[in-house]
Design a protein around this ligand. Sequence first.
Ligand code: CAA
Length: 389
Amino acid sequence: MSFKLTDEQLMVQSMVREFSRKVVAATAAERDKTKEFPADNLRQMGELGLMGMMIPFDYEGSDADTISYVLALSEIAYSCASTAVVMSVQNSIVCESIYRFGTEGHKEKFLKPLAAGEVIGAFALTEPTAGSDPVSQETTAERDGDHYVINGTKRFITSGQNSKIVIVTAKTDESQKHKGISAFIVEKETPGLIVGHVEDKMGLRASDTTDLIFENCRVPAQNLLGNEGDGFMISMSGLDGGRIGIAAQSIGVAQAALDAAIKYAKERQQFGQSISKFQGIRWTIADMATEIEAARQLVLSAAAMKDRGERYTAQASMAKLFASEMVNRITGKALQIHGGYGFTKDYPVERFYRDARVFTIYEGTSEIQRVVISNQILKDRRKPSGAAK
Ligand code: CAA
């Protein structure tokens, strides 16, 4: 299916493109050096309605569809992947999880400021010894009167330092495996919630990634998201949406790398002509553009399925798998086209190359996406042909 974007979707895309290339791009290279959190960008993005795009107006969101979200996120990533990952986590696994599973009280208290972009949110699932296998997590939440007491350490948490609201998963019943994991909304200033080690990363340097340590952290029982035991399901279904976001982010960075490579290839003269005249470069650029377009169609397809209310788990993982591996190939080729200059900080392509590296890792590695895709496909294939879905 090829996509014809609606006037509204095109309007969102062009509005965010203008904002991103004017405002977000201006400080991206500098923040990559200083690691300064893009708080200003994010505040303005909140005012533009980009921090809770798929949340209804009633809860301070923009009531946009997933396709518009994907277009907007790609445009932000084009200029700054660090800003884009914060936007992605906020929109998908934070805002959407509270919208889908939260009580009216959660929506009033937590979702509204998050969707308006007044505060930043984080989602804390991963632990030092539980990454691809979150069921083996060790954080516990014990009921104590009208509170839960949370103990444990979460690792690699996007916006761990700069967030004000954290969704955290913890075991409420060890014997129940994934059904014994619950999710809680925790306010950052809650005693016993400590920001631990801040990672010094290869890329996405302006987005903070930290440990979050819970030491007898008492959380009101009413902050339980969904029911006891829903935490794994909330995480997995939230990650379906999150993975569409990482795919969209990959497309934005890949497009930026391709555009930079084209500009350089046209300017660079060797052997008496612009290197863009050489077939080796032209075919590389053709392959790059083709791969980006293939990824874009996969992402739009997964987003459209989500918008139609269909199960899109496999398509989100396919989009994430293909797009995140694609952007690693594209940024590598873009750097190669730049030759020695690509290896310097004088050109943005080395930042794109570093930023893209984590896309095949976070929100589920490529290997995990293949597990998800094969599980879905083989499950479907077990049904006799023609059987009701
Ligand atoms: N939606 C809803 N429910 C789902 C689901 C989904 N997408 N996927 C699984 N479930 C449910 C299943 O239906 C099943 O429920 P029942 O028992 O009721 O039938 C249950 O969850 C268990 O499913 P599985 O048997 O498939 O679970 P598993 O233990 O085999 O794990 C996995 C599957 C795919 C490996 C999963 O553990 C996984 O995705 N791991 C990777 C985790 C990950 O992506 N971590 C990244 C963290 S976030 C991040 O990167 C940080 C950031 O801030 C950016």
